[in-house]
Design a protein around this ligand. Structure first.
Ligand code: DWN
Length: 394
């Protein structure tokens, strides 16, 4: 037995399953959200894994282009890719609404997006996208039509796919011998440091560390040659990966990351047990903040009905007794209710101190962008509640 449970986040609904009014009182699918550490591979994963079809289908509400931060990050990366790797063909696994591929010429790109409601957005703009799950079969189909590709990019997607064997074998089929694979996902060390336990939910099957990813990749003859630390999504790593025969030099950043992880104890179960204790304390503190404010009759709303906040709200039993409603810019979430806790979600309007006292920041990962947008509310004395690195009012 290599896998040891270290975190129990209780019964949870599917994180992106926003409820329509007609389904609000129907029984929801729930599961016990436990997280485990594999002492052999050092991989951290959730225990109960749902089928991709249940999670990623034609009802998927998330849109990558809902934040200026993401749009800017994709734009900057596309400049870098064009300059450094000069790709003739670039393939994106999990292209969502095209926020990344739109930075390239249409004939240069291939997008893979199984959520057809989102894929449609890029298809309508005449991008070459496939509404399918990434697999060896799909890789072969694209290979026969387009040939091998120079760059494969995948942001916040590989961590969502159970069968990593299929993922990397399919990548190996279509990537040129000197091609580059770029993977971007939340960083485990940042999650542990910032106590962002809400990175764990049904869609995040894995939260990768460099050590674990390196262990997985070597089975497929793949090697990390550069790592960039990003502020995106509360701390992510962007891994640049090559084939064994690829000519790219291994850069210092790889060793720096590995050493930092070992120093932090990413490879030891005790680190995870300590994290679990901090999460329990975080829950108590957050509940205390809400209780105190509600005793003072303060009006609290939520900002950004994120998949992550589903974990927090359900773990801490925060419902309409604490939060009147959420505001969100995503049209597919508006006029629905948060999974499990059934808090209404409304169309975003600028915050107004005359109407609201406190705002729970569900989209804490876009704090800088949101604080800039809500300057007036902040200047009028409006306050935010945030749970990371520890629950507090700011
Ligand atoms: O990995 C995943 C990430 C990339 O996206 C998926 N499994 C699901 C989803 O997770 P999330 O919902 O936790 O992601 P975000 O990007 O933190 O969601 C931000 C939410 O906040 C969106 O619904 C949009 C909304 N928002 C807003 O209402 N006003 C965001 C910003 C920046 C804003 O100003």
């Amino acid at each position: 037995m290599n896998k040891i449970d270290f975190l129990d986040l209780g019964y949870q609904p599917l994180a992106n399953n926003y409820l329509k009014l007609k389904n609000k009182n129907k029984k929801e699918k729930k599961y016990r959200l436990k997280v485990c550490f594999d002492t052999y591979t050092k991989l951290v994963s959730i225990k109960k894994i749902f089928s991709s079809k249940l999670m990623f289908n034609n009802q998927y509400p998330y849109r990558s282009s809902m934040s200026k931060t993401m749009i800017k990050s994709f734009k900057n990366l596309s400049f870098f890719i064009k300059k450094k790797f000069k790709p003739k063909k670039i393939l994106e696994i999990g292209s969502n609404d095209g926020a990344f591929i739109k930075n390239f010429a249409k004939k240069q790109t291939i997008g893979i997006e199984p959520c057809s409601n989102v894929e449609k957005i890029t298809k309508q703009k005449k991008f070459n996208t496939y509404p399918e799950y990434w697999s060896k079969k799909l890789s072969k189909k694209i290979l026969n039509k387009n040939g091998k590709v120079d760059v494969i990019y995948s942001a916040n997607t590989i961590s969502h796919i159970k069968d990593l064997n299929e993922v990397f074998n399919a990548i190996n089929l279509i990537l040129k011998p000197n091609g580059v694979l770029i993977i971007e996902d939340p960083s485990l060390i940042e999650c542990l440091k910032r106590n962002t336990y809400d990175q764990f939910y049904n869609e995040h099957i894995y939260v990768f560390s460099t050590l674990a990813l390196e262990n997985i990749l070597k089975k497929y003859g793949l090697k990390i040659f550069r790592i960039e630390k990003l502020k995106i999504h509360g701390g992510s790593n962007r891994y640049f990966i090559k084939k064994k025969e690829g000519k790219k030099k291994i850069q210092k950043s790889v060793d720096i990351h590995k050493k930092e992880e070992v120093k932090f104890g990413i490879n030891k179960i005790i680190t995870y047990k300590k994290f679990s204790n901090r999460v329990k304390k975080s829950k108590k503190k957050l509940i205390e903040i809400f209780r105190t404010l509600k005793r003072q009759n303060k009006k609290i709303i939520g900002y950004g009905a994120t998949a992550k906040s589903t974990t927090i709200l359900n773990y801490c039993n925060i419902d309409t007794k604490c939060i009147n409603y959420f505001l969100d810019t995503t049209s597919d979430k508006q006029n629905k209710f948060t999974p499990g806790t059934k808090i209404p979600i409304y169309k975003y309007v600028k915050l107004n101190k005359k109407e609201i006292d406190y705002v729970f920041l569900g989209a804490w990962n876009f704090k800088t962008e949101i604080f800039k947008k809500e300057k007036k509310f902040i200047n009028q004395g409006g306050k935010f509640i945030i749970h990371t690195p520890y629950p507090k009012i700011i």
